[in-house]
Design a protein around this ligand. Sequence first.
Ligand code: GLU
Length: 429
Amino acid sequence: MNVFNSALTQLKRGAKYINLPPYFIDQLSFPERTITLNFSFKKDSGEVEIIKGYRVQYNNLLGPYKGGLRYHQDVNMDEIKFLALLMVIKNAIVDVPFGGAKGGLAIDPKSLSEKELERLTRLFAKELAPNIGPMRDIPAPDVNTNSKIMDWFADEYIEVKDKKQNVENKDQLKAVVTGKSLQNDGSKGREQSTGMGGFFVLEELIKRVGVKKPLTVAIQGFGNVGSNMAGILHDYGYKVVAVSDVKGGIYDSSNTGFNIDLVRECRLEKGMFAGCYCIGSVCDLAKKYEDGIITNEELLELPVDILIPAAIENVITSKNASKIKAKILFEMANGPTTAEADQILNKRGILVVPDVLNNAGGVIVSYFEWYQNIHSEKWSLEKVNRGLKEKMVKAFEKVWKIYKEKKVDLRTAAYILALQRLAEAKPDL
Ligand code: GLU
């Protein structure tokens, strides 16, 4: 089953529990608008390549389209449609006034120079400019994109608009994209927000399922989400015993847990912005833990309390679902578990806590950033984190209530909540 159909299966599973007109589910089964771009892109070497770009504006019942931009060699329309639908669900669950969208470029950004990355990002922004805007469609970071890329994107968008007509308040136009740097009117706390939001949900969950701390955790992925989550969990007494990045991972089988400060230091040293990416951080650490080198596949099957996939989709499938040993699968990546694997895990009694709830912290603080830009405000980190916690806990409590009342799995409960919110906004036909 392709990823998009997998998400539709989950949507329809949720729809069974509420009374919705059939046309409404049909409407949600298709994106409202899909954009495919083909750019001619001149590399530093002078060679010209055709690059594919995508933006899917899935649904805007709850507000302007909103969702990240992903740079990855495997990006394709099916994947972007799937991720855009997840954004519709996610934004509805945490009650931010946004619809859902997603976009991306089918490139391996790590093979590009910084100059190439900037030119390509500006080209992408220019091509998308007629279809996006602070009240229309608001991109953000996702896999392999960061604040630097969002700054280029915002700058190019504003330049395009300014050429067409003199723009009076350029600062407000920055709300066209979130996840910008602090110097460029980004929000305090946005960098850590996805990990922080996940942590708030995890703490609520732990209170209810009655497992005893300290808990061991394995985290797959060491980008923005995985590395921040690792740091936060370490600070709050969890034992992070395995981490990985694209090149592989490390495992501390003594269950002492890594010193995540070391991981952080390493990350800083390599520089998130040196050439735009943090390369080889986990691999460098591996030198210190030579016995514990593992593959990404092995990491998923470790005997830990909590498994956190925080990289890409489809890593837990019908092939390895029966081998997962964690008690709790806490999804921080978008779509790490296929629909088939989900059913196997549910039957095995593994508690699967879904992506659309856990990783919504990013888009919540994106909403705060957008709001600050529009209203020319600057919030303190305390205010941002307070707001983030409030929204995450509220969403968790609502999902938990549905989970208990309807005796469904947590993902179905989350989809039910999203569908209820979307149904309230449905226009009468
Ligand atoms: N890319 C993030 C996500 O998948 C954030 C999206 C946003 O802030 O718009 O939720």
